[in-house]
Design a protein around this ligand. Sequence first.
Ligand SMILES: [Zn+2]
Ligand SMILES: [Zn+2]
Length: 280
Amino acid sequence: MSKIGCHVSIAGGIVNAPKRAAELGCESFQMFTRSPQGGAAPVITPEIAKSFREEMEKWKQENCYIHTPYYINFASSNEAIRQSSARIVREELERGSLIGAKYIMTHLGSSKDFTRQEGLKMTAEGVGRILEGYKGTTKLLLEISAGAGNVIGDTFEELKYILDRIDILIYGYEVGICIDTAHMFASGYDIKTEEGFKKVVAAIKKTVGLERIRIVHANDSKIELGGRKDRHDHIGQGKIGEEGFVNLMRVFPKADFVCETQPDLVEKDIAKLKEIRDTI
Ligand SMILES: [Zn+2]
Ligand SMILES: [Zn+2]
């Protein structure tokens, strides 16, 4: 059964996150472990890791997930940015392993100075570089993007291209996918109507496969189908509507659902998703 939660603030340190998550009604939650805009990451000492795990238990949070910072770009024309992107995602995997995070998810970047094909190839290389020699327990998920401008990874075909080049025999490691309902909808995937959703499921089956989808970012969308912009709305209040989330919960009963909606009403979004889950 899907666990339901949201993105939670780490104000005052990551040890505060499990309690905050529980107060919002989360069963699992997502967080940053460092500033999403940049700067050095606060060190996770063994003491912090231990208290974090204790807090997880105390507040009955099943899993936690880490979102990588927003400046990650594997297709940048700047070699230093490509290198540091791989290094930072790797750091987040290692940091996640310290605190027992189940997954981290990352955006892939944008290929504005290269052809799409070159950008995709560099992205696959960058993702491979993250995983070289990695022995931790936290798993990596690539997040589907909203496909604005030259952003990489807005279709399941592109994600499959990247996954196919991360050879499991080399890395001994399988990478999964995080879908984001608002990104998908903006990229033209109709998850709302029955007819449209059938096509989406067929497209996933033909490319990355249903079992690779481990997390669903559950966000309604202020943007219409195919609008190619990323503007989240509260569950049931946007262009996707409750029916889209019913569709997804039926097909992904093992994926966890994480809301990334505005904090003022996120509690209601979590309650709404639980209600949907409990009636299907
Ligand atoms: Zn994201
Ligand atoms: Zn997302």
